[in-house]
Design a binder for this molecule. Sequence first.
Ligand SMILES: *Cc1c(COP(=O)(O)O)cnc(C)c1O
Length: 442
Amino acid sequence: MDTKIKPKNESHLVDDTRYSMDTHLIYGKNFTKKWDYSHQVLPPITSSVIFRLNSVERGAEGFQEFAHSPETGEEPMPIYIYDRLGEPNKEILEENLAYVERGETAVTFSTGMGAISGVIGVLTKAGDEIIAHKTLYGCTYSLLTNWLPRYNIKTCFADLTNPLEIYNALSNKTKVIYLESPANPNLDIIDLKEVRKIVDEINGQRENNNKIKIVVDNTFATPYCQRPIELGADFSVNSLTKGLGGFGTDMGGVVTGKMAYRDVLLLYRKDFGAVLNNKSAWNVLTYGLTTLPLRIKQQMKSALRIAEYLSNHPKVEYVRYPGLPSHPGYNVARKQMIDFNGNFAPGSLIYFVLQGDSAHESKENGRNFINQVANNAYTMTLAVSLGHTRTLIEHPASMTHSMIPAEKLSESAIDPGGIRIAIGIEDTNDILMDLDECLKVI
Ligand SMILES: *Cc1c(COP(=O)(O)O)cnc(C)c1O
């Protein structure tokens, strides 16, 4: 007798017209071939690195199936062998991440940087070039400028807030356009549809095996606020450590894109080894994804009020938040940062600079303010990371972006005094009260 609980109607799992994404993120693909379970409401967590095989033939079949994803038709029941090749927690999570990012497939990695290294690793080889937006997460900048040149992969930085700049940085060696939108930390917004249009025009002159690919790091937005693949990106990358994980308990990363790239990403992950911990996969699946809509809605509600408060504060030089009409990318953000119900979703990060008579003074004021917060604010924590339940504040030039040499900060459009706040899920009024008190005393 088959005792497995069957879904009432399997089409519910993919029918967006019937249930909203907020609901899908809780139920996801609850009925999946990745796990052969019957009565558990949540996928049972596994801690086994190895899987027992019934026969040598089945072992051989498993190795043959690995990284040979069927392009069409029914997926076979998976044969698990060894955690680094594949394992149920990760694969259930991957199905759900692909779904929420609107991609054909998703491959998880041990960290966001693992995912970024993975997607760049499969798209480039010695002699190739990358065009990247000039403002990037510090470790991504370091990967592109310190490590890839060793393999003769060169990066040209350009200001992609004007996508026409692609033409100036372009060469026949260009293989990848790489960007974050909103960018870390200054929240630059890049028009993804415009980038797609230009890349399509360039690709029109190129052979099939030589097309430029667009990679977008979606970590600041999360798929709740923006789906880069729908807007024209070939690949979307997320750090699961941030908003998707949501509680700051686990590290992880994911690359989402076309099914045609699943196998090569799996092979890369197998050999370079940046495999997501299965317990972390389970946490993101069980706690992170299911609460994503609730958390982001609360964070955005606070972020807008806090951004408005800061822009009216006499000690603040300027504020950047994609939800404020004063943001230079506001009109683009309004078009591309949209939640699953069609609402404007400008995210939970704010970047601002305090006043000062010189750049040096505004930086000193910023430092004093952050130290004030670190010692006195109950609802704000001096810490890196973002998308957490707690509001986190940091100074990019000395922390997350300290890999960028001081003389290159202005090239990267990072203000030496810039302050980044990642709003948490606290009561908005409490964060405002703490901010107000800390700004008073500087
Ligand atoms: C944190 C971050 C990463 C790296 O993610 P890890 O999980 O820390 O490796 C990449 N991109 C952006 C925009 C980030 O904020």
